[in-house]
Design a protein around this ligand. Structure first.
Ligand SMILES: Nc1ncnc2c1ncn2[C@@H]1O[C@H](COP(=O)(O)OP(=O)(O)OP(=O)(O)O)[C@@H](O)[C@H]1O
Length: 239
């Protein structure tokens, strides 16, 4: 089952308040984009949902609407690609299955690698890839995981414009009906992908209604571009 994610409370690291008290929700089966100034605590929220909460003190509650555990149901793509240097690209993409003691599905892995444009790079170590190729390998590993909750921390930031548009569409299609929480600084990306768009400041998170149409929306559709302009104005006004 695909749960809704919710969080309500205040986060500290050491004696420093990072954010809150505030509350947010990422609805079940929808793609939520989370935007906000650098350092406001967006990645901290993702770390909490991913169970990577070491060093964070959270006063409040967060979790899945069905009360079930988060960690076994989460796939996360961190800001840093975290590819293991001693494994080739195929080894990295199939790492999750091997760590769980399962037989990796190499056919599915090859298909995903082809879809992210890395079919010819499967046997290469991460050190032989460009920054954008590494990011696509990390995306392939996340898509490979097939989890109901997917956390993405600036997953397309290193990609050129055309590749970014292709990868946004691919992720939007592959992750349809998952609960996706996606941090981005890119208003165009939020306009294209968001079913819900959240704007975060240190003390609140506001939800903004998305443009019409189902995501992933055409990047050059009039409504997408108009929404992007509105969102940019809002982000500039909040800065
Ligand atoms: N280990 C740490 N010790 C102290 N402060 C930390 C630590 N890790 C993060 N922080 C602080 O927590 C705050 C929130 O960081 P976080 O990475 O969640 O922000 P963010 O909104 O994702 O930023 P960005 O958009 O730049 O990635 C920042 O101000 C950062 O300096």
């Amino acid at each position: 089952m695909t749960p809704t994610l919710s969080l309500n409370g205040t986060a500290h690291i050491g004696a420093t308040r990072i954010f809150g008290p505030l509350s947010m929700m990422a609805p079940a089966g929808a793609w939520t984009c989370l935007l906000g100034p650098s350092g406001v605590g967006k990645s901290t929220i993702l770390r909490l949902f991913a169970g990577l909460d070491e060093g964070i003190t959270f006063d409040g509650d967060y979790g899945a609407s069905d009360g079930g555990p988060l960690m076994p149901r989460v796939a996360m793509m961190a800001q840093d690609d975290l590819l293991l240097p001693w494994l080739d690209v195929m080894g990295n993409v199939t790492l999750g299955a091997r760590m769980r003691g399962e037989r990796p599905d190499h056919t599915r892995a090859r298909d995903i690698l082809a879809r992210v444009g890395l079919a010819d790079h499967a046997a290469k170590p991460p050190s032989a890839l460009s920054g954008g190729q590494r990011q696509r390998a990390a995306l392939a590993r996340t898509l490979m995981e097939d989890r109901p909750i997917v956390l993405l921390d600036e997953p397309f930031s290193a990609l050129d414009a055309q590749t970014r548009a292709r990868m946004q569409r691919l992720a939007g299609e592959v992750l349809r009906e998952r609960t996706v929480l996606h941090i981005t600084h890119d208003a165009a990306e939020a306009a294209r992908l968001g079913d819900q768009i959240l704007l975060m400041s240190r003390d609140r998170i506001d939800a903004i209604a998305p443009p019409e149409g189902t995501s992933p929306r055409a990047p050059d559709a009039e409504e997408t571009l108009r929404f992007e302009a509105q969102l940019m104005r809002r982000l500039m006004a909040d800065a």
